[in-house]
Design a protein around this ligand. Sequence first.
Ligand code: 5GP
Length: 253
Amino acid sequence: MKPAIAVVVLLSSLLAVSSAAEKFDFFYLVQQWPGSFCDTRQGCCFPDTGKPAADFGIHGLWPNYAKCGRGRQEELASAVLGEDDVAFLSGVGRRGKCWPEYCDDGNALSPWEIRDLVASLHRDWPTLSCKSGRSFEFWSYEWKKHGTCSNLAQHEYFARALALKARHNLTVILAGAGIVPSDTETYPLSSVRDAIARGTGFTANLECNRDADGNAQLFQVYQCVDREGNKLIDCPLSMPTKCSRDQVKLPVF
Ligand code: 5GP
């Protein structure tokens, strides 16, 4: 084999191996407000278990890097091969990856592994998408895309997300600060941020979306969690909030 071809083969296999052994810095526990998922132009559907409670629901537990970038393998490869070839071989752009995903496609979620959690998952992690109405499909997707990169077994991954949500109930925390679901009231974003920081002890990132009339509303809360999925931490990154206005709604669900 010519040396140049050998280098390409070696680096390609390094890139393939490195993606299976991804490291990450923290998790985002992402929870969605159901009223804000449902009142958009796109709308929502209730799962086959019925209308979920008027409570934040889990969207996912996502491994994340503190800094977007490329792993050592990709840096080494780009020094030898050049940026464009590495982007082509690894699927990682110049800015790099901000999180690992799809780390083990052979590791599909097994209903047996999470059998004792299913009742809690239906309550706390329901799907609102109109795709299938089956929450198990949502959990399977989240496991495949994010959970397989978490270094946690299937049961641990779901049990830890549920435990974190139960320890810091966002709906109760916001209500304690007078931030209650309403179709007329709006709240300063800073008061939402402060209430969550006071109630949980840690800063979170907030994401807004728009209802069908274009009003800004609180959509998702991103809480940062240690690498074991056990404890909240202050978010090492702030994200764009997509909250174009300072006042946001928390619509009735
Ligand atoms: P992610 O944001 O984790 O990359 O992708 C979420 C996927 O789960 C999308 O394909 C979305 O259609 C699907 N999904 C199913 N149910 C829900 C839900 O209740 N909320 C959200 N945000 N996505 C859902």
